[in-house]
Ligand binder design. Sequence first.
Ligand code: GLU
Length: 439
Amino acid sequence: MIVTRFAPSPTGRLHVGNVRTALLNWLLARKAGGKFLLRLDDTDVARSTEEYAQSIRDDLVWLGMSADAEEKQSARLARYEEVLGQLAAAGHVYRAYETPDELDLKRKVLLGRGLPPVYDRAALALTEADHARFEAEGRKPHWRFRLDPALPHEWTDLIRGPSKIDPASLSDPVIRRADGSWLYMLPSVIDDVDMGVTDVVRGEDHVTNTGIQLQMFAAMGAAFPHFGHAALLTGADGALSKRLGSIGVSEFRDRGIEPIAVKALLARLGTSLSVEPVTSDAPLLDAFDIGHLGRATARFDEAELERLNASILHQTPYAAVADRVSLSETGWNAVRGNIHSIAEANQWAAVIDGPLPAPALEAEDKTFVNEAATMLAALPFDDGVWGALTEALKATTGRKGKALFMPLRLALTGQPHGPDMAAMLPLIGRDEALKRLGA
Ligand code: GLU
């Protein structure tokens, strides 16, 4: 059974990059009939808040990607402690005492000699007597994980193919601070093991972490999951933009973007498949294959999302929006081709229902629409009434094209553009239409 997880830190709102990561993991799990977990990486107690955690859950609900289960790292600290003890006994982790200044100095010396600034593992030489002395002085250790070329450091990435890191080129990562707080690295591995995570899809900024984490899985005696690293998103201009870090679900929602539009775009960005205006998850799930993602950065273009949103709405069946629009099915079918958002559909509903302010018409157009009122009153008010009315007016007034249609549209809808009047007029209804034309 495939188990994936989305592991945000509840230290802020989700941005579009996070949403994409969540979506890829959700698609992977749903397609395989597996499980999709929400794991809140909240070991940073100072910056994590329940409000952000709730906003993340709400965003996932809005996107239609609720998790099957939720886990919180802050509830698992005893477990991390236990594993640390086991890893310490097996020599995979060790205590160190260097201060940030001392470490900085070591790095500078190495760089000065043209060497990579890799931690020299001086702490490995400490004896039990040294530890006892430090403890007596009130100095607390931080913990490092000992990277080991003999442990696995290669993997076949679901997206990038054969991948590896060189453990000798990296400093042994600090996994726990002197104040007892945890860094992300080891808890994430412990969670993935305990939660049976089979597939981890995340941004390519985590590639080096993966190499390190493979070693941690092995140190725990656990098999490691499949890893896939998606290339990062850029803005429409192809540059890594700050703006992307601030656009998320609340902006989408404010702009009338539908959840399915967000999914339809983000599921295909950076893949070999084209973005299509789908109206449900099914076609996205059917076509999804993590291997379709390429290694090049993918452009997230807000204008493209808006266009996609509109074309999705143009095809959305009434049943999918019935609870959100104040329109009948006929009304929805009449207006959906002209809207960019559900809010616009409801503006058309208000136009249909009226009342409308009297339109500003030139005197001769006023006479013309009054004539239209008289004519309309004499016609059978059926689905063909708009055609019959305009044909008759054309014959009697000699008007055609814009001169014929525009005053009628303005009088009947108050707008110079909009849905097909042949569909709108029956929706407005006979009495209301006569009133608007006679006004
Ligand atoms: N909390 C980490 C992040 O948001 C999770 C990374 C991961 O998926 O392992 O970057």
